[in-house]
Structure formats: structure tokens, C-alpha cells
Design a protein around this ligand. Structure first.
Ligand code: M6R
Length: 368
């Protein structure tokens, strides 16, 4: 059932355009209104929310980190993101106007389930973003958005993650629609971009040869760093997690702005550093990351730069340039993550590891 692929993981990476299309299916009316039919929460309830807390583990937590940027920007509702097992064992401030969003591919992760119960006991509304119909977390939640990615077999989350991102965007835009914090044409513009995303992502997959080749070159590297800012920061964390869990290589993701506060001491001749560059926009984000690349190159780093395909500033700064199609900054993680998934999958394959069943890991962690 691997459809000719060597691993379920690789098959699932290539399924992402379709999976994202399925997450979006039926959510957007031709009359320009977003609908989340299965949500099970009324518009009045959604209007009362004054704080959002996202809880999740692992890759799903990184989806939550991306979601925070989008949700706060579009809805102006304060949004926190917390590891479920940390949230569970502290005394969080939640009340009936708090929306706790639990993101879980399997819907069975014990840490996340405990966080859901902890939130519900304190009167919060709980919404699950989940891929597995009828699993425990959505059953115990007040509301649900299913990602409809189809079964994810590989232990490493791939289409689970990108569809979680899309579901979070849908939630953010829906809240913005209900609460009137974005103009209709802005929602329509973002929805059009999301609806293009399956085709845009297909292009990223079709042009993935350089990243596969790179995996061959890097097979002996003991350590790899990943840098990003804003929504590129969780992408960096996800790139590092994939490499750890599949290739058993030491990898760390950092917020690029944090470099000079410590991590830059790690940078030495020949150290591979992946950098996620945001699209050039009205803010300073892009330029800040570009100067971070110059800083690490001056210290000998070998730079693998994920940046827009027509960005004139990248050529002299990149040992390898992974070209990404142009999209809005907030949506870029959907595209930027995929080459990192492929890189980890390919590197682990070349090292002879079992990509679908990495050592010491289980697909769903049903114990605390
Ligand atoms: O099923 P869940 O989304 O709740 O799983 C959460 C994490 O255990 C999961 O994302 C894990 O980090 C993956 N192995 C990442 O590839």
C-alpha cells in the first residue's frame, strides 16, 4: 500500500497537496463565506472568546506556534501556545471565555488528552483539531475541526502537520469573519491563496531534487542547525525535530534573533545551517534574516537557504538555495516545511534507518 514508494513517510509527503485540498474541501462557499459545519460552536459562543490557549505535543505543537501568529494577527484575540504536558501540570488561567484548542493528529495522545480534561474541568471551551475521526480527544471536546488528511502511518508527522496548519488558518479566518476583524476581501484573498496551495505545494515537490541531493552530501554531518524568525521559527524547530527522530543527528532549531544571545558560538567552519527566509514584505523580517545569514557565513557556516524563488538577495548568501513559490508570509510554513521533511526522510534512508519506525518512538504516545 506504499504506492511504489519506499516508505509510508515518503508517500505521505507526496500526498500533501491532496491532503491539504481535502482539509479545505467544502469550507468556503461560492458566496464568499467560510463555513466550519462540524465545529459544534455557535457564533455567539465564538464572539465571547477573549483568550485562546493552544495545547499540543511534538510536531502538532509547532503547528500551534505557527497558528499563534496567524490567529493574533487576523483576530486580535490573545493566543498562547503551550506543550500539553506543561499546561497540564501548572495552574493556567482559564475560564468559560477561554477557548482551548488541542491539536492532535491521532486524537489519542495521552498528554494532550489530559490537557483537554484539565481545561474542561475549569470551564474552558475545548476545540480539537484532529485527523482521526471519532478518536478520544475530539470526543471529549466541545468542538472539532477534522483535517481529513487520511491515515498517517509513518511515525514522523508530515501531512498531519501541513493539514493542521491549514485547519488553524481556517479557524483563524473563521473567527475573523465571525468577529469582523478582517474585511471580506482580505478573507477572500487569503482563501484564494489557500485554495491555490495544493498546486503551489506540488511545484515544491516537483522541484525537490536539490534537497534530495543535499541529503547525500550531509550524511556524515554530526550536527545541523535550523534558523527562522516569526512563522519561520516553528518551521526551523520542525526541521530539527524531523532530523533528530529519523536520522538520529543532533539538530537544533533557533529563532534567528536569538543567535547573538548564545547559539552563534556553535557556528564554526563547515557547520550546516538551514535558514528559512520570509517573503520580502512591508515589514523588516526578510532583511533581518538576510543579515543573520551574513553573520553566520562570516563564521564559516554552510548555508542552505529556503527563500522565495525570485529573491535577488539570496544568490550570494546561499551555498544551496531551496526555492519556494511566492506566498503570504503567514502561509509560507506550509511550503517551507516540505523540503525539510524530504531532507530528513532522504538522509535517514541513506543512513539505512527504518524511516517509518524510528527507534524508541511510537506513532501515538498513549502513555503520559
Ligand atoms: O498524534 P499527535 O498529533 O497528538 O502526536 C503528537 C506528537 O507525538 C507527534 O507530532 C510527534 O512529535 C511526531 N513523531 C512528530 O513527527
Amino acid at each position: 500500500e506504499k504506492d511504489g514508494f519506499d516508505w509510508f513517510m515518503r508517500k505521505e509527503i507526496y500526498e500533501q497537496p491532496k491532503a491539504i485540498g481535502d482539509t479545505l474541501l467544502g469550507r468556503y462557499d461560492t458566496d464568499g463565506a467560510l463555513r466550519l459545519d462540524e465545529l459544534r460552536m455557535s457564533e455567539a459562543e465564538l464572539r465571547r472568546i477573549d483568550k485562546i490557549i493552544i495545547v499540543a505535543c511534538g510536531t502538532a505543537f509547532y503547528a500551534g506556534l505557527v497558528a499563534k501568529y496567524a490567529i493574533e494577527h487576523w483576530t486580535r484575540i490573545a493566543c498562547e501556545v503551550e506543550l500539553a504536558h506543561e499546561f497540564r501540570y501548572r495552574d493556567p488561567i482559564v475560564n468559560p471565555n477561554t477557548l482551548v484548542v488541542c491539536i492532535s493528529q491521532s486524537g489519542e495522545t495521552a498528554d494532550s488528552l489530559m490537557a483537554v480534561r484539565h481545561a474542561a474541568e475549569q470551564g474552558a471551551k475545548v476545540l480539537a483539531i484532529c485527523n482521526t475521526n471519532g478518536s478520544t480527544i475530539p470526543r471529549e471536546s466541545d468542538a472539532v475541526i477534522y483535517t481529513h488528511a487520511g491515515p498517517e502511518i509513518g511515525v514522523a508527522s508530515t501531512k498531519g502537520f501541513t493539514t493542521q496548519l491549514v485547519a488553524c488558518y481556517l479557524l483563524g479566518l473563521y473567527l475573523a469573519q465571525v468577529r469582523g476583524t478582517l474585511f471580506g476581501d482580505e478573507i477572500a484573498r487569503l482563501m484564494a491563496e489557500l485554495e491555490e496551495m495544493p498546486a503551489t505545494l506540488q511545484r515544491v515537490l516537483d522541484e525537490s531534487e536539490p534537497v534530495l541531493k543535499l541529503a547525500g552530501d550531509f550524511a556524515e554531518q554530526p550536527s545541523v542547525l535550523f534558523l527562522g524568525r516569526h512563522v519561520g521559527y516553528p518551521v526551523a524547530l520542525e526541521g530539527a525535530l524531523k532530523l533528530k527522530e529519523l536520522a538520529y543527528i543532533h539538530a537544533e532549531g533557533f529563532a534567528a534573533g536569538e543567535l547573538k544571545h548564545g547559539p552563534i558560538a556553535l557556528v564554526d567552519d563547515g557547520l550546516p545551517v538551514f535558514v528559512v527566509v520570509p517573503p520580502k514584505g512591508r515589514d523588516m523580517l526578510h532583511d533581518k534574516v538576510v543579515s543573520n545569514i551574513a553573520e553566520i557565513r562570516a563564521r564559516g557556516a554552510l548555508t542552505v537557504v529556503l527563500a522565495e524563488e525570485d529573491d535577488p538577495e539570496i544568490e550570494p548568501l546561499a551555498d544551496v538555495w531551496i526555492r519556494l513559490p511566492k506566498v503570504s508570509t503567514l502561509l509560507q510554513p506550509v511550503l517551507a516545511t516540505v523540503p525539510l521533511q524530504l531532507f530528513a526522510c532522504e538522509l535517514a534512508t541513506r543512513k539505512g534507518h527504518d524511516v517509518d519506525q524510528p527507534r524508541n518512538l511510537a506513532k501515538s504516545v498513549t502513555v503520559e
